[in-house]
Design a protein around this ligand. Structure first.
Ligand code: SAH
Length: 455
């Protein structure tokens, strides 16, 4: 007895009718959805059913009977299988459309604002090699240190040297560092036994400055010949200005631990964004796609139409890039951020750029906003840039209580953004303009800027 229209290991032919927001093809068999990797709308494929669940199943393509004209034929399947670039097989033009449609979809279904227009996604001229940061797991395979990426939904390392969407200089650096570590017989971490030493290699490279930071994430503090290894890495890679050992003793998927020590050079690197200079610590958030981050911010400023009278809040500020980029055009900038190192960076960065009209504080956005309401701070424009889970109702209420003319919402998750826009609307703040910006070409991630104004 089987209550589902398909069974595990069954082979059948289906039509792909849509894409999930993760970029998997969707087929329906008697209304039962099957999710299929590397399959595009309009394609007819023979599939092998892998898994049959309560509400949906998974299958893989055995044969293509009809291919989509939007398919990129030579796409490397490893990028899809690891999730490095789950849309690598879809033409870039259609990726941009896919992202616009996703935002339209949540604006209709979640925000219930079918009349607010969603502009076409702002894309990149050259949509590969854009990431200025890499976080690469290290494992031992056949007695050798290997670097690569996990297969989707697993912790199986697939060795990869060309990561396609990363700055190629970072790809090369990873191989160089791996070879030096191998020479010193540094042991790779083993997740199953929680033994071994080196967990991840994290690299950041300034888009404009080309300054490189290398973070070696280790399970223990004692690093045999650590300083010598760092010296050798710095010698082999002249762009490196900072090598940090980060210690993460936990059994966890979180990459960085709390403690770190400098093995070589400085504890920060510098980069530029919209003409300002920024120092960036290992633990601070910094937009991974510099070119598109500049376009994203510019869109936010264009929406805000800032003047010298404006008092702005830069909420979820990271190292302060959104507020500091325009501090010299407004009266005052207030910012808050939960990671203390990032706030220290923001304060240093204000000084570094000769800005004296900024106040950055460490704290939970909600708590700080409540305090600022009490203190009587009256911003004219509030910029918010929260993580994927979006804003909280109390943050939204505090924002509206401050009575700003405009709120500019920068979002990395359309679903939570749409949810939050509905509450802003109830409180008298209406979404006016919605602009998706492609910060993560070849992936399913969507970034959006929304202008919200007081009614
Ligand atoms: N505006 C910055 C950072 C955006 S990423 C930029 O464009 O670079 C979101 C930031 O929110 C991260 O720096 C993260 O550390 C911070 N964050 C996450 N949860 C928070 C909270 N509850 N309160 C304050 N900041 C938070």
């Amino acid at each position: 007895m089987n209550q589902y229209p398909v069974t595990k290991n069954q082979e059948l032919t289906v039509d792909i009718i849509d894409l999930t927001h993760e970029g998997m093809g969707i087929a329906k068999v008697d209304g039962y959805p099957l999710f299929i990797e590397n399959a595009l709308p309009g394609e007819k494929v023979t599939i092998h059913v892998l898994k049959v669940g309560n509400k949906f199943g998974f299958a893989k393509v055995k044969d293509f009977l009809k291919k989509s004209p939007d398919r990129i034929e030579n796409a490397d399947e490893r990028y899809i299988r690891t999730g490095i670039a789950p849309l690598a097989h879809l033409s870039y033009e259609k990726q941009l459309l896919f992202k616009q449609q996703q935002v339209e979809n949540v604006m209709k279904k979640v925000a219930k604002m079918p009349d607010v227009a969603v502009l076409p996604t702002i894309g990149m001229t050259n949509p590969t090699g854009y990431r200025n940061k890499a976080q690469i797991p290290v494992r031992r395979i056949d007695g050798q240190l290997q670097t690569g990426f996990y297969r989707k939904n697993s912790h199986d390392l697939m060795p990869i040297e060309n990561f396609y969407i990363q700055d190629p200089a970072i790809d090369q650096a990873i191989v160089t560092i791996r070879e030096i570590l191998q020479k010193y017989q540094v042991k790779a971490y083993n997740e199953t036994t929680h033994e071994g030493f080196l967990r991840h290699i994290v690299i950041r490279r300034g888009h404009y400055t080309h300054q490189m930071m290398v973070v070696l994430v280790t399970r223990k503090t004692k690093f045999f010949k650590g300083t010598q290894i760092a010296q050798e890495i710095a010698k082999a890679l002249p762009e490196v200005v900072s090598i940090i050992q980060n210690i993460n003793e936990e059994k966890t998927n979180v990459i960085l631990g709390e403690h770190e020590q400098v093995l070589y050079g400085s504890s920060t690197i510098e980069d530029q964004l919209l003409g300002k200079t920024y120092q960036i610590s290992a633990k601070s958030f910094y937009q991974v796609n510099t070119i598109q981050a500049e376009r994203l911010y510019q869109t936010a400023y264009d929406f805000a139409k800032l003047t010298a009278k404006d008092i702005i809040i830069d909420a979820y500020s990271g190292i302060g890039t959104i507020g500091l980029s325009v501090a010299d055009k407004v009266k005052h900038v207030y910012g808050m951020e939960v990671v203390a190192d990032a706030v220290q960076d923001a304060i240093k960065n204000a000084k570094l750029n000769g800005l004296t009209n900024t106040t950055y504080v460490t704290g939970n956005a909600e708590t700080v906003m409540a305090q600022w309401v009490k203190d009587g701070i009256q911003p004219t424009v509030i910029f918010v840039d929260p993580p994927r889970k979006g804003l909280t109702p109390s943050f939204i209420k505090a924002s509206c209580e401050m009575n700003p003319e405009k709120i500019v919402y920068i979002s990395c998750n359309p679903a939570t953004m749409a949810r939050d826009l509905a509450l802003f609307n109830e409180l008298g703040y209406a979404a006016q303009q919605v602009q998706p910006v492609d910060l993560f070409p070849m992936t399913n991630h969507v970034e959006t800027v929304v202008l919200i104004t007081r009614l």
